[in-house]
Design a protein around this ligand. Sequence first.
Ligand SMILES: *[C@@H]1O[C@H](CO)[C@@H](O)[C@H](O)[C@H]1NC(C)=O
Ligand SMILES: *[C@@H]1O[C@H](CO)[C@@H](O)[C@H](O)[C@H]1NC(C)=O
Ligand SMILES: *[C@@H]1O[C@H](CO)[C@@H](O)[C@H](O)[C@H]1NC(C)=O
Length: 202
Amino acid sequence: MLPIVSMLCLVALTSATLPFKITDCSTSPNKIVRIENVHLSQDPVKIPGNETVTADVTILQSIAGTGHYNVSLRIQRHVFNGWVEAPCIHDFGSCSYDLCTVLSGKHYQNTTHHCPIEIAETSPDFECACPFPVGTYHLNPTTAHIDNLASYLKWLAQGDYKVEAKILDTTTHAEVGCFIVQATTASDCTGIQCIFGKRHEK
Ligand SMILES: *[C@@H]1O[C@H](CO)[C@@H](O)[C@H](O)[C@H]1NC(C)=O
Ligand SMILES: *[C@@H]1O[C@H](CO)[C@@H](O)[C@H](O)[C@H]1NC(C)=O
Ligand SMILES: *[C@@H]1O[C@H](CO)[C@@H](O)[C@H](O)[C@H]1NC(C)=O
């Protein structure tokens, strides 16, 4: 589940305008996943920084493998008095993905449940890759090291974001999961790089 958890961890430095929050926006009677009790050690999220995350993830219907579910992301960034949607560029941004391809754990074939080593160490029972049996998984406090962004992306490290992740059944096209994550990210960049990410006051 790391990609979802790390998506939830987008975040900032001065006072947050958008406190970190996850809202379940699913209206489906066939919801497949519930995410609860997500807690971040640093809100706003600092880039670069070390973010310690806890969460409970409940799989309500087993998730077998590729082809059954898609996850469609909408990433919006606050600008002046509105929101702009990030485009989908090279599979990054507001894109649609196969859920089990995203959660393949292919970089972590040699850890328990194909989890990043940080999760394998703190939460040996946490599952990170398909197939997911029905059950509740607890992520114990786990620290993610968030790297600095490349210099041409630095202005992105400071801002207010809303991310909507919708899970669709690829056969029926029905929504079977929906989350809205809002978060503020902060960087300690200075000067021209930060102008576009300058915090708006409310
Ligand atoms: C994150 O933690 C590591 C080791 O605990 C430390 O070396 C590093 O400086 C920290 N990074 C930031 C940005 O605080
Ligand atoms: C699922 O996502 C793939 C791209 O990963 C896309 O080609 C396909 O059309 C999507 N299917 C549905 C039902 O949204
Ligand atoms: C396998 O695990 C070791 C540490 O246990 C790690 O250093 C290495 O990068 C891992 N390899 C892969 C492919 O994940």
